[in-house]
Write a protein of this length. Structure first.
Length: 114
């Protein structure tokens, strides 16, 4: 399985972006589908996750601003990011877990700046 992340770019503070993570095959059997991010000089952190039963979880720093969702028919999950802040600037990676393997996408850069 290969994951392809897309949708990053440059956006002004307060703006919105939607990231996509497309799997090369079916996401059937994926237990979790997750977005991580890594800002310059910082450790990678979990941003949002969605499970196979639709449960979601978010980092405190993005609650109320970001929404994770998935489209099983398109083998894709998304991260809708609203009210973006400069602190959201990072490379965003998608990740999935289908036992016993974790899969990673290549990352997409999000820059929030005026």
């Amino acid at each position: 399985v290969q994951l392809q992340a897309s949708g990053g770019g440059l956006v002004q503070p307060g703006g919105s972006l939607r990231l996509s993570c497309a799997a090369s095959g079916s996401i059937f059997g994926f237990i979790t589908m997750t977005w991580y991010r890594q800002a310059p000089g910082k450790q990678r952190e979990l941003v949002a996750t969605i499970t196979n039963d639709g449960s979601t979880g978010y980092a405190d720093s993005v609650k109320g601003r970001f929404t994770i969702s998935r489209d099983n028919a398109k083998n894709t999950w998304y991260l809708q990011m609203n009210s973006l802040k400069p602190d959201d600037t990072a490379v965003y990676y998608c990740n999935s877990f289908r036992p016993p393997t974790y899969y990673w996408g290549q990352g997409t850069l999000v820059t929030v700046s005026s």
